[in-house]
Design a protein around this ligand. Structure first.
Ligand code: TMP
Length: 236
C-alpha cells in the first residue's frame, strides 16, 4: 500500500469512502523548511490526541472542519478536501519569522492579532504573500480570502480562551483550509492543530511548550507535548 500523499509530518491514505481519507500522524519532525530533521518516539500519537481534542472543541464551537473521527493512536478519518495553497498564520505575540523580519524582540503583545498568508510551496520555502498575490496567483478569490481571514480570527479567539484555561499563552499558529470534494462551495478548516504548528508558552513561567524546543535545541520536546496534552485533557 502506498499513501496518496506524504508530507513532512503526515501521510494521507484512501479509505473505502470516496469522500473521506485516513490522515496518519508520523513521528518525524522537521524545521526550517525541512533542513533540520528528527524523529521523536510517540510524537504522532501525541499530536493525534491533541489535534483530535482541539478539533472536537472547535466543531462544538461551530467551526466547520474536516474532522470525522479518531481511528486509532496515530490515525484520524477526515473529509476529503482540496487544500487551498494558502497557509494562514495568526500572531498574538511577536515570535519566529515576525521577529526575524522586523528586528523586534520576542514576546511583544500585539494590539490586535496579525493575520498573514504564505504560499504553500515547500520548494519555495512557503514565502510570505499578500492579498494581491493570492488574487493574481489564483490561489483564492477575494471573497474566499475574506472568509479565511474571518475564520482564522474566530479560531484564534476560541483557541486563546481554550489554551488560557490550560495555563498556556497562544503566541501564534498556522492554519490550512480546504474545499470539500463532496461540495466545493464549502471551505473547512483542515490539517492538524498541534504544538508542531502553534507556539504555546506556559502562562506562569513563559517556558516554550511547542516545536521551538526542537527548532532551538532546548530539549524536552516530547515532555512538553505530553504536558500540553495532559493539560488539555484535564481541562475537559
Ligand atoms: P513563523 O514565525 O516561523 O512564521 O511561524 C509562525 C507559526 O506558524 C508558528 O506557530 C509555526 C507555524 N508554522 C507551521 O506550522 N508551519 C510552517 O511551515 C511555518 C513556517 C510555520
Amino acid at each position: 500500500m502506498t499513501p496518496l500523499s506524504e508530507g513532512k509530518a503526515k501521510r494521507l491514505w484512501a479509505t473505502e469512502n470516496p469522500y473521506t481519507l485516513r490522515m496518519e500522524f508520523k513521528n518525524d519532525a522537521t524545521a526550517f523548511n525541512g533542513e533540520k530533521k528528527a524523529s521523536f518516539e510517540n510524537k504522532g500519537h501525541l499530536n493525534n490526541e491533541i489535534s483530535t481534542l482541539i478539533y472536537g472543541m472547535l466543531e462544538k464551537a461551530g467551526v466547520p472542519t474536516h474532522f470525522v473521527r479518531q481511528i486509532d493512536d496515530t490515525n484520524v478519518e477526515v473529509k476529503k478536501v482540496d487544500i487551498l495553497m494558502v497557509e494562514v498564520i495568526v500572531r498574538n505575540f511577536s515570535a519566529g519569522s515576525y521577529c526575524k523580519r522586523t528586528g523586534i524582540e520576542e514576546g511583544r503583545a500585539f494590539s490586535q492579532p496579525i493575520v498573514e498568508f504564505s504560499y504553500k510551496d515547500d520548494a519555495l520555502g512557503d514565502p510570505l504573500i499578500n492579498d494581491d498575490y493570492i488574487r493574481e496567483m489564483g490561489l483564492a478569490t477575494p471573497e474566499d480570502l475574506a472568509h479565511l481571514r474571518k475564520s482564522a480570527l474566530q479560531v484564534n479567539e476560541i483557541l486563546i480562551d481554550f489554551f488560557a484555561k490550560c495555563g498556556l499563552k497562544l503566541i501564534d499558529f498556522k492554519l490550512e483550509f480546504g474545499r470539500l470534494v463532496s461540495d466545493p462551495s464549502v471551505i473547512v478548516l483542515a490539517d492538524e492543530i498541534s504544538p508542531d504548528g502553534c507556539r504555546l508558552w506556559d502562562l506562569k513561567t513563559g517556558e516554550k511548550m511547542d516545536k521551538d524546543r526542537f527548532r532551538r535545541d532546548l530539549g524536552g520536546v516530547m515532555e512538553a507535548y505530553q504536558e500540553v496534552l495532559g493539560r488539555i485533557k484535564a481541562q475537559g
